[in-house]
Design a protein around this ligand. Structure first.
Ligand code: MN
Length: 724
């Protein structure tokens, strides 16, 4: 079993003394909470986190990563809590442990899921810190090394998952040694017969192969020395899984696999040109196989792998695969992203740091200031997928959203009702306003309230097509209902003027004809058309009147003339005086808002804000440009929703703030949810937009206030407790 002293010995060369203490403390803590737990192998559980930490120490990872390796299973498998870990080891370690706990909870049910690039991206993106994924990989590697103790079906599942998900991840991060081992272990458990067969065949030829390897190596070594190139030549069997893959892909037998061996020239110098020199030496020795040369130096792979690859016809007419690279490229080829920590030692790659970091940064598309490499890595966020965020449901399911998505998008992704009734979100247990932008790894919960409705403002925060269309649909339905009610009201009044009862005509055939003419299906649609101002109530009523009373529908100008003097309008219209002005109840315009006038049929001019959704449905020919012409001391109603943490004296605090600005509260309701959120709605009387903005910022300054929004009256249901 690895002892803590072994790990401390390894890391003391490159970490601070305080970090050593932290690692030791992590060991004592982890050993205490895992006390008595055993692995399936019968060994004490602690062997596992210690092996993981040891691997991380070999990778020269920082102290926080190693402490995390030791602690990685504590929150998941013991009574330890994240709070405790944060207290004892600080935020950094707690953040990493939390990330690991989250990843371990993800279960990707099907192979298709695991193979989907999306899920690999998700795992990477979710490990918002690269160290999380590196610890996870070390964890998986040790589990793979001890997989034989698991039950058969579990072995297969874990091996499959490793091959589908984790090995491709190591490849993406460029950690070749890990990829090789993970693949071979997975192969061994998934196809034991094929694995044993391959291993036996490779072993059988071992003696001959070793002799052959030595021979080729010596020829190359001697030849490059002749050209004053310094370096070493490696020759080894390829890993089992890659041979198996080749046999599968090309449908060939073991005996037909010619390139069981791979040779590698690793040049001491870091001069790229020496790689090409070595290549020409090799090509001068043996004839290259056409089409087999690949220049990954001029065109590095996506994971920053650089090397020259060639295949030549060897001394016995056999094919020989040769890779040529500098030592620096070699470190990257083997350790990939994890190579980064080795820079601290510097002897190998000092001076090249900046370029490598720049490349790594390009690779990860991270926009960060270049500092020292360790600082850089510590803060490195995996931003491989800048357009997506991955968040968790409280049950630990992963959901992907476009960047910029908010709790509103999340709510609609669960269910339309959840979306429609959402009043806020909890992210990682903290309340957030609806406009909060979701971040990778957030655990999101939605707070809903029965009877709550979407508001037009939400369209500013929603980014998913689903949320946007649901919000729009709701607004449209609501507007339609509103229009129907309005239309019915107008029509009713119009009938009353002529001493007719609306109910009497409702069932007449004439009304059916109207429906046909307007090509709508029922009377509600007709009402809606009247409400929208598309059909005039008078035109309908006219049909029921005796001949002489009938009259042509008035033109806007004619209607305008009939209107009375403005009472206290506060609005002026170029060229036209004496109009009855009303402010639309749907948007409650305030002086300072951009406004537009609508000449309604029979109700004078209604002033809307230009961005009011109702305006889109109005007849453009009946819209008029209007200006504010505010008189002294006039106030305007505005409806405001304040979401806050519930506490004693909340309402007093809010109304004190409001009154301080000389604002009258004409109506207030408050509603609390079981989770201690209060939703207060106020009808305020303000002078203008500026006045309103003052009260918004005054309220936002209060500690308990989460959000303040201006709400359209039509959004507000009256089913709440009245608080007059
Ligand atoms: Mn583990």
């Amino acid at each position: 079993m690895i002892r803590i002293t072994d790990i401390l010995d390894k890391v003391q060369r490159y970490v601070e003394p305080a970090d050593l203490e932290m690692i030791e403390k992590a060991y004592i803590y982890s050993a205490a909470v895992h006390q008595g737990q055993l692995r399936l192998s019968g060994e004490p559980y602690m062997t596992h986190p210690m092996e993981v930490a040891n691997m991380l120490a070999d990778m020269h990872m920082d102290a926080a990563s190693i402490a995390t390796g030791i602690l990685h299973d504590t929150v998941e498998d013991t009574l330890a809590s994240l709070e405790e870990i944060e207290k004892a080891f600080g935020q950094d370690v707690a953040f990493l442990v939390d990330g690991l706990t989250k990843i371990s909870k993800i279960t990707l049910a099907s192979q298709e899921e695991r193979q989907a690039e999306n899920f690999r991206k998700m795992i990477l993106a979710m490990s918002s810190d690269i160290r999380i994924i590196l610890v996870r990989l070390a964890d998986r590697l040790h589990n793979m090394r001890t997989l034989q103790y698991q039950a058969q079906d579990k072995q297969k599942y874990i091996a499959r998952e490793t091959l589908d998900l984790y090995a491709p991840l190591t490849s993406r991060l460029g950690i070749n040694w890990m990829k090789t081992e993970l693949e071979d272990l997975a192969f061994m458990h998934l196809h034991p017969v094929e694995f044993q067969d391959l291993a036996r065949r490779i072993a059988m030829k071992r003696e001959g192969r070793e002799k052959y390897t030595k021979e080729i190596r010596e020829i190359i070594e001697k030849e490059i020395q002749n050209y004053d190139l310094k370096g070493e030549v490696e020759g080894r069997a390829k890993h089992y899984f890659s041979i198996y893959q080749k046999m599968q892909e090309q449908q060939i037998d073991f005996d037909e696999v010619y390139d069981l061996l791979a040779f590698r020239i690793i040049l001491d110098s870091n001069k790229v040109k020496e790689c090409y020199e070595a290549l020409s030496v090799v090509h001068a020795l043996w004839k290259p196989v056409p089409g087999r040369f690949k220049d990954y130096i001029a065109m590095p792979k996506a994971n920053n792998y650089r090397s020259l690859h060639t295949t030549v016809i060897g001394p016995y007419g056999e094919r020989v695969e040769i890779q040529i690279r500098t030592r620096e490229m070699h470190v990257w080829a083997e350790s990939g992203i994890a190579a980064h920590w080795r820079y601290k030692e510097g002897d190998l790659l000092r001076g090249r740091d900046e370029e490598q970091i720049r490349k790594l940064r390009d690779l990860l598309e991270v926009q960060q200031d270049l500092k020292d490499p360790r600082e850089f890595m510590r803060n490195l966020k995996v931003a491989l997928f800048p357009d997506e965020v991955y968040v968790f449901t409280p049950k630990g399911e992963v959901r992907a959203f476009p960047k910029g998505a908010t709790p509103i998008d999340f709510a609609y992704s669960i269910h339309t009702d959840v979306g429609n009734q959402c009043i806020g979100g909890r992210v990682n247990r903290n309340l957030v306003p609806l406009k909060y932008e979701l971040r990778n790894g957030d655990t999101v919960e939605i707070v809903t309230q029965t009877g709550h409705h979407p508001s037009k403002d939400w369209l500013k925060y929603a980014v998913t097509p689903r949320a946007i269309s649901k919000i729009k649909a709701w607004i449209k339905t609501e507007e339609r209902n509103h229009s129907i009610a309005l239309g019915r009201d107008i029509l009713d009044k119009e009938f009353k003027k002529h001493h007719m009862k609306f109910a009497q005509v409702l069932k007449s055939d004439e009304l059916k004809k109207v429906c046909e003419e307007q090509s709508v299906t029922d009377i509600d649609d007709v009402m809606a058309l009247i409400g929208y101002g598309k059909v005039s109530a008078r035109a309908i009523v006219n049909r029921f009147l005796p001949g002489e009373e009938k009259r042509e529908d008035s033109l806007p100008e004619k209607i305008l003339k009939k209107f009375k003097k403005p009472e206290s309008a506060g609005i002026s219209i170029t060229g036209i005086d004496d109009i009855m002005v009303k402010f639309a109840k749907c948007c409650n315009p305030l002086p300072g808002d951009e406004v537009i006038g609508h000449i309604s049929r029979g109700r004078g001019m209604i002033v809307h804000t230009t961005n009011c959704p109702m305006v889109h449905d109005l007849d453009p020919e009946r819209l008029l440009e209007v200006q504010w012409n505010v008189r002294d001391k006039q106030t305007y109603p505005v409806h405001t929703r304040v979401v806050c943490h519930d506490k004693k004296g909340l309402l007093a605090e809010l109304s004190a703030s409001i009154s301080l600005l000389d604002i009258n509260i004409s109506h207030a309701t408050v509603d609390t949810t079981p989770d201690k959120i209060a939703v207060c709605e106020f009808d305020l009387e303000v002078r203008d937009l500026k006045h309103f903005n003052e009260v918004v910022s005054a309220l936002k300054k209060l500690k308990s206030v989460i959000s303040v929004e201006r709400v359209r009256v039509s959004d507000v249901k009256t089913d709440k407790k009245k608080m007059h």
